[in-house]
Design a protein around this ligand. Structure first.
Ligand code: NZQ
Ligand code: ZN
Length: 392
């Protein structure tokens, strides 16, 4: 295991009616004037936004609203949010929604206290200072409610990139599994896929002797394989929703990723897909993962065979572990298809003729990139192109 530092000081309020504590939590973490940030309207339709506002009013906290965050959140609304924060003297940002709303809130929080362009953080500058952010989560998926990360798409060039820093960890996150019961099955499945991918990205490591985190990851994926189909069948299954919601947080606050190198190639290649085709992040991952893993397999057959046996119930073929490793990838793929995820480029709305450009952008960004994608293995543009071809 490698040396590591781990500091994840988010306060979690979990369970039924938890959103009614939004006001007291904002107060507890020092907010007096809040920007409430939300998405395309699901929180208005469900009545959640009204309940959150009442909770703030009960504490005498004033607020300004900014809705309209799109899935794969865009830079334009971030600039608007930064202006509002400065004009209105906002001292706390409350994200009410999914990963896109939380990520947009984080970007606004950093940009509001920074003299330069907030996009600098999405080109590698570490986020050391930001307004405090709290979240009321409505979808178990991205894990942004406990992560130090944010992913934004720059409208000019449609470049989707991530930023990181301890200042991006939410001060508090409210997780009420009931709030996820209004999700369409497709979005629920996208969330489950993202959670599973966050776990795989950490499982695929070059660090030896990390059995504790290996076992945590295996356990969480097993829980998703068990609980996932229950909520697809019955969206109102509170207990299954609750298990998935907490797994989504655990999968990405890095408790399972400390002390080990990580992969993130599936995410890097997926971000090009959701930037270009505006597909859901989880759907892109469902298509990317089997292809990436197939390409990576020969790098460490035993690691893929281990997860195949321990998570996917495959029989170990001791004479030919590659057979077992491949079976594991196939079972993952079939599981994702069974919950309603796409299986190839066509089902995602992606196009073969774009592969060269997708691979170039993954490797070089808008021209300044290193020419490689690093993770479990090191890829050049030709490798990335080959992986996209496996997705056809
Ligand atoms: O916008 P509204 O109307 O709220 O609708 C949303 C949106 O259309 C809807 N939705 C959310 N909760 C709902 C609901 N509909 C009905 N009932 C509810 N309870 O679902 C749609 C998707 O929402 P979104 O916030 O985009 O989903 P998700 O949480 O999957 O976030 C995806 C974004 O997170 C990024 C992804 O790249 C993508 O941009 N990621 C962020 C990470 C992080 N910050 O740590 C890590 C991830 O790997 C990921 O890259
Ligand atoms: Zn993800």
């Amino acid at each position: 295991m490698d040396n590591f530092s781990f500091y994840a000081p988010t306060y979690f309020e979990f369970g039924k009616d938890a959103e009614n504590k939004a006001g007291s939590l904002v107060r507890r973490f020092g907010g007096n004037k809040v920007l409430i940030h939300y998405g395309g309207g699901s929180v208005v339709r469900s009545g959640l936004l009204e309940r959150v506002k009442k909770s703030l009013e009960a504490e005498g906290i004033t607020y300004v609203e900014l809705g309209g965050v799109m899935p794969n959140p865009r830079s334009g609304l971030v600039y608007k949010g930064i202006d509002i924060c400065r004009q209105e003297g906002i001292d706390f940002i409350l994200a009410v929604g999914g990963g896109s709303t939380i990520d947009s809130s984080k970007a606004i929080a950093a940009g509001a206290v920074y003299d330069g362009d907030f996009w600098d953080f999405y080109e590698g500058k570490s986020v050391t200072k930001a307004l405090p952010v709290g979240t009321v989560l409505t979808i178990a998926a991205a894990g942004s409610e406990g992560s130090p990360d944010s992913v934004i798409t720059k409208e000019e060039g449609m470049l989707k990139r991530g930023a990181s820093g301890e200042a991006y960890r939410p001060k508090f996150s409210i997780l009420n599994p009931e709030l996820t019961q209004t999700l369409p099955p497709y979005q629920t499945a996208c969330g489950i896929t993202d959670i599973i991918c966050h776990l795989y990205e950490r499982y695929l490591t070059n660090t030896k002797n990390v059995e504790t985190t290996d076992r945590m990851i295996e356990g969480l994926i097993l829980a998703m394989v068990e609980e996932g189909p229950k909520v697809i069948l019955n969206p109102n299954d509170y207990e299954a929703r609750a298990n998935i919601m907490w797994a989504g947080m655990m999968a990405h606050n890095n408790s399972c990723g400390v002390g080990r190198s990580q992969d993130w190639i599936s995410h890097n290649l997926e971000h090009e897909l959701s930037a270009k085709y505006d597909c859901a992040h989880g759907a892109g991952l469902a298509v990317a993962m089997p292809a990436v893993f197939t390409y990576e397999l020969s790098h460490d057959v035993n690691r893929f065979a281990k997860i195949a046996v321990r998570v996917w119930g495959c029989q170990m073929d001791f004479d030919n572990p590659e057979v077992t490793a491949k079976q594991g990838i196939e079972r993952l793929k079939q599981f994702l298809i069974s919950i309603g995820m796409p299986k190839n480029f066509a089902e995602l709305g992606a196009k073969e003729e774009d592969i060269e450009l997708l691979a170039y952008t993954a490797c070089y960004g808008d021209g300044n990139g290193s020419g490689n994608v690093y993770g479990f293995i090191k890829l050049e543009q030709k490798d990335v192109e080959a992986i996209y071809r496996l997705m056809l």
